[in-house]
Design a protein around this ligand. Structure first.
Ligand SMILES: Cc1cc2nc3c(=O)[nH]c(=O)nc-3n(C[C@H](O)[C@H](O)[C@H](O)COP(=O)(O)OP(=O)(O)OC[C@H]3O[C@@H](n4cnc5c(N)ncnc54)[C@H](O)[C@@H]3O)c2cc1C
Length: 704
């Protein structure tokens, strides 16, 4: 295993141990100083009270196993069933509290309306809500005919104004589309027109390194397309098998290789995060130590112009260039400016690019400039600026990045007395593609508890611009005023290269089709998010996770140096949603599969008081089937319950969820349960039917 992989694993492990300690130990405040950061971010729950006050110092048991009761007597949305748990009362105010609809009572005023009113009060230039305001704050508000007799003068003025507006619009369009394409490019997006993106980059002042492709070597033994995690992992692996290897990375980003996970998590929890002073993107790891987002400092890399003559080899990064075509037959890549480089071995590690929604992509420039996607340090900088200015931010999407970011922003906002954080999505709960419905809704309640105003079952019908912000009309009748919208609706593999290079893309999953050795063609490999590989156990797959990019990059690197090994490793993934939720998963964690979730309650007494020991096998509207089991600490019997029938459900504090296909375990999710990935991997690899999943769950020691 390479040094940085070991390092990252150690970091992750430290994080896990720190988290485990914080979560499991009630008296975490006595934890060693190494867990200080853990305390300040994950331990935020406890900051409500002075250090040695017992009044508001809930034990871990109280925090993690307190039952949240949902009122299922009224139907429908989050607003109907989200009632404040005791935890809420102690910890934070409900960010959507004003929207809560008590049975029999009129709903209180929508906070968005309040917000809107405040805005209008503060900004007399804006149109009245019912008026026919021009969305971009133009003449719509004040443009009534004044009855001026000097019509020709007025006409001249009008024409002049019109011409100015058209010219202004064109300039704004040009700038906005430049920004947009930069975003795409920087986000790894090769789905745009690379040539025009490059031309616009030139205009916006981003310079390539080296300044001309002519300065790049004409031939390299190892060439890697893309400068992300898989690329860097491959370099490490090549280097450990071929000590003097000369590796050239061609990246369309303007950064050296870096890791992405802290962008939506740790960076937001690092005190004094300031883009001006933090150009290295240093962040505090959960375990307390500090590091940079970049895998290695600049000095680690060889100047691309000097790679050929470097006696000991090394890695050089050509920044700001994109590869447009690979000629696998002739071992040649062509860059966006037509420059050609030949190689002995080549790896495609182009990752994926965040998707946008058509309604934003096709919107007017004034709207588009208030909409962003999120994948790069530049995106972080931009969002941080908004957050620091206490702006209101709307996240669209309920997946990993959207949910993590919403939590992190809510945390940042709380710490800095910042703006409102909304999360809008069509589904009924957070992370619904991964979490069974009951857990997804539970998680949503926790997110709300952390200060995110979560708006489920909603989509954005229209977005218009007023002077300062975007007015978002939702299909549920709500209106949000937001200073920026962050679209987090998944990403698409960067496969633009495929067609000119005559490489196959998987029609269903996307990504370059590769064999088990990660080869698309001879001497041409694909790793990371962009690869669609054959998993001998679970079939053809494409995985968008850090560990997969590390492991597949490593294997590709080995194979590029002659190993010819198949990819059989089950990679893992993880996510952290604020202080109370962290999980790790492996295999097919797909909520449309039948699941069995086994959760720990701390004692029989707690279980009985909160659940009445009943039922449950659930069948969701989408047809997916989920069994929920509460395993009491006594271990004697297993209790289940029906939350629909009893209007109650327990606190899914900690547990394990098995995902089943043909009755075999194909995926495992460890919920607030860490350091068990190896065990889960072994179970999946056994590829067999288990008669009693409770017995399997016992191996996970969910009570420890
Ligand atoms: C904010 C965020 C948080 C995340 N958190 C987690 C997490 O907690 N856990 C987890 O498991 N995973 C997480 N992920 C996912 C993980 O980071 C990715 O799976 C991983 O980065 C993929 O690595 P990659 O090398 O395949 O692609 P990337 O890291 O995307 O790198 C691909 C590179 O190729 C470049 N490129 C694309 N096309 C071309 C071209 N034609 N020519 C030259 N260069 C090109 C791109 O610009 C990019 O630099 C997160 C992702 C994001 C964005």
């Amino acid at each position: 295993m390479s040094l940085w992989t070991v390092m990252y694993s150690a970091i992750r492990r430290a994080h896990i141990l720190a988290r485990k300690r914080t979560i499991v130990q009630p008296s975490y405040q006595h934890a060693a100083p190494v867990f200080d950061l853990q305390r300040s971010c994950h331990g935020k729950l406890y900051e409500m009270a002075p250090a040695n006050s017992s009044k508001y110092m809930p034990t871990a048991k109280q925090v993690f196993f307190k039952s949240v009761k949902y009122d299922t007597s009224t139907s429908g949305t989050l607003l109907d069933w989200q009632k404040q748990s005791d935890i809420d009362k102690h910890m934070s105010k409900d960010p959507c509290r004003l929207m809560t609809k008590e049975p029999g009572k009129q709903p209180a005023e929508d906070p968005c309306e309040q917000f809107k009113r405040m805005r209008l009060k503060n900004d007399p230039k804006q149109c009245p809500p019912s008026g026919s305001a021009a969305p971009d704050g133009g003449d719509g508000c004040n443009g009534k005919d004044s009855g001026d007799p000097n019509k020709s003068l007025k006409l001249t003025c009008l024409l002049g104004a019109l011409a100015a507006m058209v010219a202004g619009g064109l300039i704004a369009w040009f700038l906005a589309s430049t920004k947009n394409d930069d975003n795409k490019g920087a986000g790894g997006g090769s789905d745009g027109d690379n040539n025009s993106a490059d031309a616009k980059r030139g205009v916006s002042g981003l310079v390539t390194s080296p300044d001309s492709s002519e300065k790049l070597p004409k031939h390299v033994p190892y060439l890697i397309i893309g400068g992300g995690t898989a690329a860097f992992s491959a370099f490490r692996s090549i280097k450990s098998n071929d000590a003097k290897a000369k590796v050239l990375i061609v990246s369309n980003e303007y950064h050296k290789p870096y890791m992405r996970p802290p962008l939506s998590k740790e960076l937001w929890y690092t005190p004094n995060t300031n883009e001006k002073t933090n150009k290295d993107y240093r962040f505090k790891q959960w375990a307390g130590s500090e590091r940079s987002l970049f895998f290695e400092p600049d000095e680690f890399f060889v100047d691309p112009e000097k790679l050929e003559e470097s006696v000991n080899g090394g890695i050089a990064v050509a920044q700001g260039f994109s590869v447009q075509k690979v000629d696998a037959q002739n071992h040649t890549v062509t860059l966006n400016d037509g420059y050609k480089i030949t190689y002995d071995e080549c790896l495609i590690a182009t990752g994926c690019a965040p998707k946008n929604l058509p309604m934003f992509r096709d919107a007017a420039p004034s709207v588009r400039e208030k909409v962003m996607v999120y994948r790069t340090p530049d995106d972080f900088d931009r969002l941080l600026r908004y957050a620091a200015e206490k702006r209101s931010i709307t996240i669209v999407g309920n997946g990993f990045i959207g949910s993590e970011l919403a939590c992190s922003l809510a945390h940042y906002s709380k710490e800095n007395d910042g703006g409102k954080i909304y999360q809008v999505f069509q589904e009924s709960g957070n992370m619904s593609k991964v979490l069974p419905n009951y857990l997804s809704r539970w998680t949503m309640a926790k997110m709300k508890n952390q200060g995110v105003c979560v708006i489920p079952n909603a989509s954005i019908k229209s977005a218009t611009r007023d002077e300062e912000s975007l007015k978002l009309e939702l299909n549920n009748g709500m209106t949000l005023l937001s200073d920026i919208v962050v679209v987090c609706v998944g990403c698409s593999p960067n496969t633009n290269l495929a067609s000119p290079s005559k490489l196959e893309v998987d029609r269903t999953l996307g990504g370059f089709v590769v064999n088990a050795e990660l080869e698309a063609r001879r001497n041409l490999y694909v790793a990371g998010d962009a690869s669609c590989f054959y998993d001998p156990l679970l079939g053809r797959r494409r995985v968008e996770h850090h560990d997969h990019s590390v492991v597949s990059g490593k294997l590709a690197g080995e194979n590029m140096t002659g190993a010819k090994k198949p990819y059989v490793h089950q990679s893992m993934f993880w996510s952290d949603l604020g202080p109370e939720i962290g999980y790790e998963g492996i295999g097919l964690a797909d909520s449309s599969l039948p699941t069995v979730g086994i959760f720990a309650l701390p004692s029989a007494t707690d279980a009985r008081s909160s659940t009445d020991n009943l039922t449950v096998n659930r069948e969701e509207d989408d047809g997916s089937k989920h069994t929920i089991i509460v395993d009491e600490k006594s271990n004697s019997d297993v209790v289940t319950w029906d939350d629909d029938a009893h209007g109650e459900q327990p606190d899914y504090g900690r547990g394990v969820i098995f995902y089943l296909k043909n009755e075999k375990i194909v995926g495992v999710l460890m919920w607030n349960l860490f350091s068990r990935v190896g065990l889960a991997r072994t179970i999946i690899n056994q590829n067999k039917k288990y008669d009693d999943l409770n017995e399997v769950a016992k191996l996970f020691e969910i009570h420890s």
